[in-house]
Design a protein around this ligand. Sequence first.
Ligand code: C2E
Ligand code: CA
Ligand code: CA
Ligand code: CA
Length: 279
Amino acid sequence: TREMNASVEEKLMLLEGMRKAFDSTQAASGIAHAPAGHFFLMYQPKVDLRTGRIFGVEALIRWRHPEHGMVPPPRFIGLAEESGLIVAIGEWVLRTACRQARLWADAGLDPLTVSVNVSARQFEEKHLVERIAVALRDTGLPPCALELEVTESLLMRDMQQAVERMRELKAMGVSLSIDDFGTGYSSLSALKSFPISTLKIDKSFVRDLAHSLDDQAIALAVISLGHRLNLRVIAEGVETGEQREFLAANECDEMQGYLFSPPVPAERITEMLQAQARR
Ligand code: C2E
Ligand code: CA
Ligand code: CA
Ligand code: CA
């Protein structure tokens, strides 16, 4: 993979760049349009497949490098994780997303859940639950408006600890979803111990959904497994009407993908919610 081939120099360059970007992002926190060099967030709508309405958004980090332009998250998240920088970056993402969600709530728009991706290192950090409680308190966002997306592989690293953490978060009112479901290696029996509310079908199973019988079988299995466990099921990476039709016809609950909207700046979400309120 590109990450593994990256030379040591390239890694050091990226790491140095991330540290700089993080420092200037923090120094400038609060500005709407991030200049080159800063981190910023985009938000992708999550849509109810029955009503077609936006009920949530996923926050996705972006980094515009001053010389190299946009750096895709898969190129730097791994390195941020390795270096431990992800804990600070992740907390910035969390706080920024909560602050934005509070703005949407204050604007009297339809209630929205904001989903934040949590990496392994961040999830295992000792003060995670406390940090989340503080972010919610500082921004005044109700816990039920926050969802954390975690991966199966993260949860399987130390299942007992993961379950404990998740219970604390759930007790606080925060919801949890399993991202990229089907690509990790959680055992099915582990699923029932996790206090989650949503399964997210990975986009690799959605891509060829209209034509691949195998992918259809996998999607159907995840949907029925999720429903039998009383979970909601969302499909990511929905790009075509055919994919949406298949998912809707087979009772998938929610979707996310370029078909409805790519990740967009917060103001664009506000406009979409305003248009939706008029419908
Ligand atoms: P993910 O959590 O699975 O996020 C979904 C990815 O799919 C996003 O890529 C999104 O832009 C992309 N996507 C959305 N709709 C479509 C579609 O219809 N088709 C296709 N092909 N792709 C679509 P992105 O933003 O490049 O993020 C990649 C990964 O980086 C994320 O995968 C997540 O694992 C990680 N990431 C992004 N932001 C954060 C963050 O704030 N914190 C952490 N820890 N990880 C993040
Ligand atoms: Ca995600
Ligand atoms: Ca995903
Ligand atoms: Ca994925």
